[in-house]
Design a protein around this ligand. Sequence first.
Ligand SMILES: *Cc1c(COP(=O)(O)O)cnc(C)c1O
Ligand code: SF4
Length: 343
Amino acid sequence: MTGVDSLLAEGLVAPDEADGLRQVAERYAVALSPTVLALAKAKPDGPVALQFVPDVRELGTTPEERVDPIGDKVHAPVKGIVHRYPDRVLLKPLHACSVYCRFCFRREQTGPGGEALTDAELETALDYVRDRPAIWEVILTGGDPMILSARRLKRIVRALDGIPHVGVIRLHTRVPVVSPELVTPGRLAALKATDSAVYIAIHCNHADELTHEARRAVAALADAGIPLLGQSVLLRGVNDSVEALDTLFRAMVRLRIKPYYLHHPDLAPGTAHFRTSLGEGRALVGALRGRLSGIAQPMYVLDIPGGHGKVPAGPCYLQEFDDGTWSVTDPRGNSHAYPPKSP
Ligand SMILES: *Cc1c(COP(=O)(O)O)cnc(C)c1O
Ligand code: SF4
């Protein structure tokens, strides 16, 4: 479902907001899948509605926000490739998704009209990988690569699997959660590789997103032998509480998804209302340490604006003194001394 008029018809936005929201929709794509539409209608101010129903605050921008927040363009040698780290590249076959998250870090590119690679452009992007033996991992992203047809997905996975130096093919997707019906036997078969390991990073920000159908789709991926990682964004009003994060990460682990990254939101235009301060984020992840199983702890990461890479942004537990002794803070906040290495 797309368009402000359908949101009005569904009662998800008020008539007096419609004009402002039409301006939002002209700038940034709007779409809700049947799954998120049902969740949003069930809780109109809830964590799912907030992520997908447009808001007039998106029309404002703050001075620190940027059109290309993590510097994709600085590191794009050929169309569809982002090459920032020596051993891995992003391959973006399309810029469309089945839903459009209001906080999307690539919102200036994503949309139904978002450029998809033509066959020739895809070949050029694959040649870029073929010609560079240092590339060990290819990360399929976009847009959402899981909305590709099974045929196209298979073609890409096959091609990458056939490159001897590619060890890992990783897909980043929101589909299993927001559009579980797209996890079809055909797409599952398309994800089979023989030489490379295929990993899937599933984007999910709140346990409410994990409907019965989403759980079944996730289980189908895990049963197909695909290791699953969880990718979440810390979002003000959606999951910025210890309870919400605790419940989310436990739910992921229960579904065989290893929480991988909790992203501090990028400085994408019109998304200030979603951002907490870094200090608030650090306090939240600090509170999870000691409370949650180690396998349920993601790394809190910040993608440095401008394309300088991701770094851990969580609290620091160690401090070194001039004499080589360390002070170590435990999960309850108490300090302990750790001795220097004996000579
Ligand atoms: C996030 C990102 C990656 C993947 O980073 P990991 O830390 O391996 O998950 C790779 N390339 C680019 C350009 C990225 O933005
Ligand atoms: S699924 Fe990912 S790429 Fe698509 S709108 Fe959401 S955050 Fe952006």
